[in-house]
Write a protein that binds this ligand. Structure first.
Ligand code: PBG
Length: 324
C-alpha cells in the first residue's frame, strides 16, 4: 500500500464525513403529493400505498398543516371527482375538489406553497388524459383548451403553481397564454416535461382511480427507451414558458436527470412515483429493507443526480427526520 491519496482519511468520523458531503438533502427540497376526495371526514388508506390516504377537504387541510409544521414547503394536489364523464368536465369546475382544497389550504395554512396537478385522466370516464376522437385517439389540440381552463380554475382558486401532467404537445404554451390573459401572470408552471409511459404509476392509478379503460398512454407519454428525446421535450417547455421542469419517475431515470442538469438553468424537479414508494414500503413491511435508511438514500440519490426538488409520498416522514 504506497498510494499517496487515501480516500479513507476523510471518512474517519461522522463530523469529517458531514464536512465533505457533496449533496445535502433539505426539508425545503420536498413536495408532498396528496389526494383530495369528495365527502366529509374521509381518510381512506390506499391499499397499494401504505401511509397514503384519500382525504376529504378538511382532513386534507389537517394533514397539510402537519406536513407544513414539519417543514415541508409545498404540496401537490390531485382531485377525485364526484362524477366522471367523456370530457372530464368536473376538472375545471370552480367548486371541484381541487379548487375547494386550494381555497381551504390558502386560508388554513397560509405559508404553504400549493401546487395542483392539471390533467384529465382522473376525471374522464375512459381514463385517458385528454379528449377522444371517435377513433379512440387522444385529440391533442382540442385537449389544450380544456387543460387551459383547468389551470385557470386552479389559479383562480389560489394555486401558486400549476403542474400539467397530461403530455399533450403545446400545453405549457396554451396554459401560459390562458393564465396571462386572465391576469394570472404570476402563477408559475411546473411542467411534467419528461414523463415516461411507466409501469411504476400502477399504485397511483388505484389511488386516483385513473387507469385508462382501454389501451395505454404510450401515444402521449415518453418511451422509456429514449434519452435524447427528453432534452427536446424539456427545451420545448422552456420555450413555451415553463418555470420548473420535472422528470418522472425518478429512480429508474436518474440518467435523464443527470443529462438534463447541465442543459437547463431552470429548477429541476423529480417525481419519486407511487411504484417507487410502494416497492420500498413493501420490502420494508416484510423486514427485507430498512425503510428509513432506504428512503433517505433514495431521496439523496435523486438530488445527487441533479434534482433541486423532489416530489415524494415520503415528504412528511423525511422532513420529520431531517428536522431532528
Ligand atoms: C396523471 C398523473 C399520473 C401520475 C401523476 N399524474 C399517472 C399517469 O400518468 O397515469 C403518477 C404519479 C405516481 O405514480 O405517483 N396524468
Amino acid at each position: 500500500m504506497d498510494s499517496v491519496f487515501r480516500p479513507r482519511r476523510l471518512r474517519r468520523s461522522e463530523t469529517l464525513r458531514r464536512m465533505v458531503q457533496e449533496t445535502r438533502l433539505r426539508r425545503e427540497d420536498l413536495i408532498y403529493p396528496m389526494f383530495v376526495t369528495p365527502g366529509k371526514g374521509v381518510r381512506q388508506e390506499v391499499p397499494s400505498m401504505p401511509g397514503v390516504f384519500r382525504l376529504s377537504v378538511e382532513k386534507l387541510a389537517e394533514e397539510a398543516k402537519a406536513a407544513a409544521d414539519l417543514g415541508v414547503p409545498a404540496v401537490l394536489l390531485f382531485g377525485l371527482p364526484q362524477k366522471k364523464d367523456e370530457t372530464g368536465s368536473e376538472a375545471a369546475h370552480p367548486k371541484g375538489m381541487v379548487q375547494q382544497a386550494v381555497r381551504q389550504l390558502k386560508k388554513q395554512v397560509p405559508g404553504l406553497v400549493v401546487i395542483t396537478d392539471v390533467c384529465l385522466c382522473g376525471y374522464t370516464s375512459h381514463g385517458h388524459c385528454g379528449l377522444l376522437r371517435p377513433s379512440g385517439e387522444v385529440d391533442n389540440d382540442a385537449t389544450l383548451e380544456i387543460l387551459a381552463q383547468v389551470a385557470v380554475s386552479h389559479a383562480q382558486a389560489g394555486a401558486d403553481i400549476v403542474a400539467p401532467s397530461d403530455m399533450m404537445d403545446g400545453r405549457v404554451g396554451a396554459i401560459r397564454e390562458a393564465l396571462d390573459e386572465t391576469g394570472l401572470e404570476m402563477t408559475a408552471i411546473l411542467s411534467y416535461a419528461v414523463k415516461y409511459a411507466s409501469s411504476f404509476y400502477g399504485p397511483f392509478r388505484d389511488a386516483a382511480e385513473s387507469a385508462p379503460q382501454f389501451g395505454d398512454r404510450r401515444a402521449y407519454q415518453m418511451d422509456p427507451a429514449n434519452a435524447r428525446e427528453a432534452i427536446r421535450e424539456a427545451a420545448l417547455d422552456v420555450e413555451e414558458g415553463a418555470d420548473i421542469l420535472m422528470v418522472k419517475p425518478a429512480m429508474p431515470y436518474l440518467d435523464i436527470l443527470a443529462r438534463m442538469r447541465p442543459e437547463f438553468d431552470l429548477p429541476l424537479a423529480a417525481y419519486q412515483v407511487s411504484g417507487e414508494y410502494a416497492m420500498i414500503k413493501a420490502a420494508a413491511g416484510k423486514g427485507w429493507l430498512d425503510e428509513t435508511a432506504v428512503m433517505l438514500e433514495s431521496l439523496l440519490s435523486i438530488k445527487r443526480a441533479g434534482a433541486d426538488l423532489i416530489l415524494t409520498y415520503f415528504a412528511k416522514q423525511a422532513a420529520d427526520l431531517l428536522g431532528k
